[in-house]
Design a protein around this ligand. Structure first.
Ligand code: UN1
Length: 510
C-alpha cells in the first residue's frame, strides 16, 4: 500500500496535476482515474495528482517505444550520448528545485535529496561517456583470411520498475545505460515518488530525446504487472522488494525475458577491538539512520567486538538519542519520516518482534512520534536493539526503517560468519586499523560491496552495484558492468578468403 491515495473524485483545483508521457505527449490515463502523491512528513500536504494507469496505458507506451526503437538504435551512439550530456547539464541546473520537490514527496532530508540528484548527474555523465566506447573486442580466427570480432547490440524495449528510496538516482541507473546502448524504455515510476521520475523525464524531453524513446507510466502494481507481462517488452530491470522481484522473475522466466533484479539487504558493519570507536559510531549512525534506514544498503546490523562492546554501545546510544527527527525540508533535521503508513506499520511491528519474540534489549527509540509537528507524518524514533543474537528475526530480516541491531562477537572469523549468515549479500563493512584483518575481511565477506573504515552506504556510480544471494540475480548496475544488462553480444565472422572454409573441419596444417 502506497502513501498515495486514490483521488478519483478529487476536485481540489489547486492541486498540481501531472501526466503520463507516451510517444512524446503528456497524457492522462485512459481510466480517467488519479491518485494523490502526499508528503510523508505532513500528509495534509498534497504534492500532486498523477494518473492511475492501467494495461491500456502500458500498451500505448510500449507501442510508442517499439515505434521509436529502430531510429534510436540506428542513431550513432556518440550522438545518443550528446543528448545525454545535455540532460546532465539540465539536471545540474535544476538540482535545487528537484531536491526540494523530492524531499517533499519522499521525506529524506535536503542534503540527501541533493545527493540523490547528484547521483543521477554523475551517472549520466559517466554512462554517457560510453557513447564513445561501448567497447567490443576482436579475436584471431582459426582460419587464414578470416576476421572475428564481437559487438554489443541493443535489446529493444526495456521496462524499468523503480522504487521510492532513491527517486531520481535509481531511475537514472537504469534509464541512462538503456538509452546510451540504443534501447527504448517504458518506466513505471514508484507510486510514492512519481514527481521525481516526471522531473527526470521532462529533463529528457528538454534535452531533445526523440519522441517515444522514453515513456513514463504512473500508477500502481496493475501498471507494473502489465509492463512485465507485455510480449513486446524484452527486458525488465527492477529494484524493489524481494517478494515482488521473485514474482517478476517467474513471469519473465516463462516468457524468456531478460530480467535484472535488485532487492533486499541485511547489511552489517563489523567493529573490531582496534577500531577508532568515534569514527565507527559516526559511520554507524549514518549507515543505520541516513534515509531513515530506507536504503537497501542500510547498516541494519552492527557486529561489535566484545572488548569494545560496552563503550561502543554507550557512545552510539548517546548519539542516537540526540538525532533530530523532523521534516526533511528543515535545515536542522537529521532523520526524516518513513515513506508511508504500510512501511511505518511494518517497521513498528519489527520493533515489537524485537522486544517480544526476540527478547532483544531496546536501548533507545521504539516509538512512533505523534505530537505537535509530527502529528500528520510517519515519524519513528531512531531505534537501537542491543544484545541481539544473530539468528533473531531483527538480526535476519530486512526492516527498511530507522532500526539497527547490535550483535556482540569474539573473533573476526565469528564476526564474518555472522555477517554472511543471512539471506542477502548486498553490502558489508569493517572498522579496523589492522591491514591484515581488513584484507582478510574483504576476502571472506560474501557481499557485492564491501567497505573498510566506512559504513555500508555510499556507493559511487562508476563501480558496479549489486549483491550476492537473495539480493539479486547475479547482475550488476552502474559501472561499465551495467552494459551487460542492456546489451546482448553479437559475434561477427568475416571470411575474405574467397572460398568455403569449414570451421573445426578444414584444419590448417602447420
Ligand atoms: C539503494 O539503497 O537501493 O550506496 C541504493 C548507496 C547509494 C545507493 C543506495 N548510493 O547507499
Amino acid at each position: 500500500m502506497a502513501k498515495a491515495k486514490e483521488a478519483k473524485n478529487s476536485t481540489k483545483s489547486k492541486t498540481a496535476t501531472y501526466q503520463n508521457y507516451i510517444g512524446g505527449e503528456w497524457v492522462k490515463s485512459s481510466s480517467g482515474e488519479w491518485f494523490e502523491n502526499v508528503n510523508p512528513a505532513d500528509t495534509s500536504d498534497v504534492v500532486g495528482r498523477f494518473p492511475k494507469s492501467n494495461a491500456e496505458d502500458v500498451n500505448a507506451a510500449v507501442e510508442a517505444a517499439k515505434t521509436a526503437a529502430t531510429r534510436w538504435r540506428r542513431t550513432p551512439a556518440p550522438k545518443r550520448a550528446e543528448i545525454l550530456f545535455r540532460l546532465a547539464r539540465i539536471l545540474e541546473r535544476d538540482k535545487n528545485k528537484f531536491s526540494r520537490e523530492m524531499t517533499r514527496e519522499m521525506g529524506k532530508v535536503l542534503k540527501e535529496t541533493g545527493g540523490d540528484v547528484q547521483e543521477a548527474i554523475d551517472c549520466t555523465y559517466f554512462t554517457a561517456g560510453e557513447g564513445r566506447r561501448l567497447h567490443g573486442f576482436t579475436a584471431p580466427a582459426e582460419m587464414p583470411n578470416k576476421f572475428a570480432m564481437c559487438v554489443r547490440q541493443p535489446i529493444g524495449v526495456c521496462g524499468l520498475i523503480t522504487p521510492f528510496n532513491f527517486p531520481m538516482a535509481i531511475p537514472s541507473w537504469k534509464l541512462i545505460p538503456a538509452l546510451v546502448c540504443g534501447n527504448t524504455v517504458v518506466i513505471k515510476s514508484g507510486e510514492d515518488v512519481p514527481l521525481s521520475t516526471v522531473n527526470l523525464v521532462k529533463s529528457c524531453e528538454e534535452a531533445g530525446i526523440p519522441k517515444g524513446v522514453v515513456n513514463v507510466i504512473n500508477g500502481f502494481g496493475e501498471a507494473g504487472e502489465a509492463l512485465v507481462n507485455h510480449k513486446d517488452v524484452r527486458l525488465i530491470s527492477f529494484t524493489g522488494s524481494t517478494d515482488t522481484g521473485r514474482i517478476i522473475a517467474e513471469v519473465c522466466a516463462r516468457q524468456n525475458k531478460i530480467v535484472s533484479l535488485e532487492m533486499g539487504g541485511k547489511n552489517a558493519i563489523i567493529i573490531m577491538d582496534d577500531a577508532d570507536i568515534d569514527n565507527a559510531v559516526e559511520g554507524s549512525l549514518w549507515g543505520a539512520f541516513g534515509t531513515s534506514g530506507q536504503r537497501c544498503t542500510a547498516s541494519s546490523r552492527l557486529v561489535v567486538h566484545k572488548k569494545v562492546y560496552k563503550k561502543f554501545v554507550e557512545k552510539l546510544v548517546e548519539r542516537v538519542k540526540r538525532l533530530k527527527v523532523g521534516n526533511g525540508l528543515e535545515e536542522k533535521t537529521e532523520v526524516g519520516p518513513v515513506i508511508n503508513q504500510a512501511a511505518m506499520d511494518k517497521i513498528l511491528s519489527y520493533i515489537e518482534i524485537g522486544q517480544k519474540e526476540d527478547k532483544a534489549k531496546l536501548a533507545c527509540g521504539g516509538n512512533r512520534l505523534t505530537k505537535n509537528d509530527y502529528k500528520n507524518g510517519y515519524f519513528i524514533e531512531p531505534t537501537v536493539f542491543t544484545d541481539v543474537a544473530p539468528m533473531m528475526r531483527v538480526g535476519q530480516e530486512e526492516i527498511f526503517g530507522p532500526v539497527t541491531s547490535v550483535i556482540p562477537f569474539g573473533t573476526l572469523d565469528e564476526a564474518i560468519e555472522i555477517v554472511n549468515n543471512v539471506a542477502y549479500g548486498l553490502s558489508s563493512a569493517i572498522y579496523t586499523q589492522d591491514v591484515n584483518q581488513a584484507f582478510y575481511a574483504m576476502q571472506e565477506l560474501y557481499t557485492g560491496i564491501c567497505y573498510v573504515n566506512s559504513a555500508t552506504i555510499g556507493a559511487e556510480v562508476h563501480l558496479p552495484f549489486g549483491g550476492t544471494k537473495g539480493t539479486g540475480n547475479g547482475h550488476r548496475e552502474a559501472g561499465t558492468q551495467v552494459l551487460d544488462i542492456f546489451t546482448e553480444w553479437k559475434s561477427l565472422y568475416i571470411d575474405y578468403s574467397g572460398k568455403l572454409q569449414k570451421a573445426q573441419i578444414d584444419l590448417v596444417e602447420i
